[in-house]
Design a protein around this ligand. Structure first.
Ligand SMILES: [Ca+2]
Length: 356
């Protein structure tokens, strides 16, 4: 009996050991471990800065940080994971009122050498774009002045192209006739050289495209192949537009998709309740790029598949999770930074890793 029992124990040990051979057990544990890590990563959110009020523009810095503008205070914050956010500059000549104030920000294409960046802000007399050097206390050097200002529809988006152009999104300031007036800088996308002079190829001086109501932000697709912009519509149609030089985007004659000769239809529209789209960015993971748009009234982030000049699908993410969302910034590590826009010193810069 003892011998049989010993044999039985030995057999049981063999049976138990079969699935636990070192190779099989190791592979199993590794796979499970990866799944667990992926699950944790999907839920990873880090508050990178808090206590802000209406952060508006964000520009990624090459060191993994970012510059963030605060609309009403005129402050520019440096935000970086693992460090405390700090004010690096204050735009004292901005005069915030309504939707005006310190708005967009973009690094100059020669930032690595010059540490220069551009800001869009409202003054006592206009909206303007100026050049600032990180680390310098010198006053902003204006490169484009005379963009119409108002208490609403001040535009404010900026994006630079590596080949030396700056694109500027403006608004109609509530005076809708400006959008079709090619002599006004309001309700337009401007394309200028880094010194503010009109870029070659524009049809109307600094004006690249017309018929915009209130351009919020701009972003290039990977490889700078195409330029995209978010635009706030009136009552029915917010827009995602693929921009071309010389294009007429319809406002105020046409809002949303009109199928009308001479006007460019948006690639995508939303109702303002679902969207009120503001910041736009891209996140590339492997060979796949997705666009992300922060929604103010919609209190969400839209994840958008873009194919060529079309945007075939859009998926809402984070509905209601953080309140109003304005600035968004994709990062090379596959994460997405978002900025809330709830006001009262409650706003945050949050990293979602990976992008939702
Ligand atoms: Ca339009």
């Amino acid at each position: 009996m003892i011998g049989l029992r010993t044999l039985g124990v030995a057999l049981m040990a063999v049976i138990l050991a079969v699935p636990l051979t070192p190779a099989a057990a190791g592979a199993d544990r590794t796979a499970t471990g990866h799944r667990a890590a992926a699950t944790r990563a999907a839920a990873a959110t880090d508050v990178l800065a808090s206590g802000l009020s209406i952060p508006w523009g964000i520009a990624a810095l090459p060191d993994g940080g970012a510059l963030v503008t605060e609309r009403d205070s005129g402050r520019i914050w440096r935000v970086k994971p693992g460090t405390r956010a700090s004010v690096v500059y204050t735009v004292t000549e901005t005069r915030p009122a309504g939707e005006g104030g310190l708005l967009g920000i973009a690094l100059s294409p020669d930032f690595a050498r010059t540490k220069a960046y551009f800001i869009y802000y409202t003054t006592a007399t206009d909206n303007r774009v100026a050049r600032v050097v990180l680390g310098s206390t010198a006053r902003p050097k204006p490169i484009v002045t005379g963009i119409p200002k108002g208490t609403i529809h001040n535009g404010g988006g900026l994006v630079a192209r590596s080949t030396g152009y700056l694109y500027i999104g403006t608004g109609d300031t509530g005076n809708r006739a400006l959008a079709q007036n090619t002599k006004s800088l309001g309700g337009k996308v401007l394309k200028v050289n880094l010194n503010g002079a009109a870029a070659s190829g524009n049809r109307w001086g600094r004006v690249s495209s017309i018929g915009h109501r209130n351009v919020q932000d701009l972003v290039f697709s990977p490889g700078e192949k195409r330029l995209w912009a978010t635009e706030l519509g009136q009552d029915t149609h917010d827009e995602l537009n693929y921009l071309v030089v010389g294009g007429n985007y319809g406002w105020p004659i046409c809002e949303g998709v009109c199928h009308r000769a001479g006007f460019r239809d948006p690639a995508r529209t939303w109702s303002p309740a679902q969207a009120s789209p503001s910041g736009i960015t891209t996140v590339t993971t492997g060979s796949v790029t997705r666009f992300y748009v922060g929604a103010l009234r919609g209190q969400r982030v839209w994840k958008i598949a873009v194919s060529g000049a079309t945007a075939p699908s859009a998926t809402p993410k984070l509905i209601g999770t953080y309140g109003r969302i304005r600035g968004v910034q994709g990062r090379g590590d596959g994460s997405l930074w978002i900025m809330t826009s709830n006001g009262g010193g409650t706003d945050r810069v949050i990293r979602l890793r990976p992008a939702p």
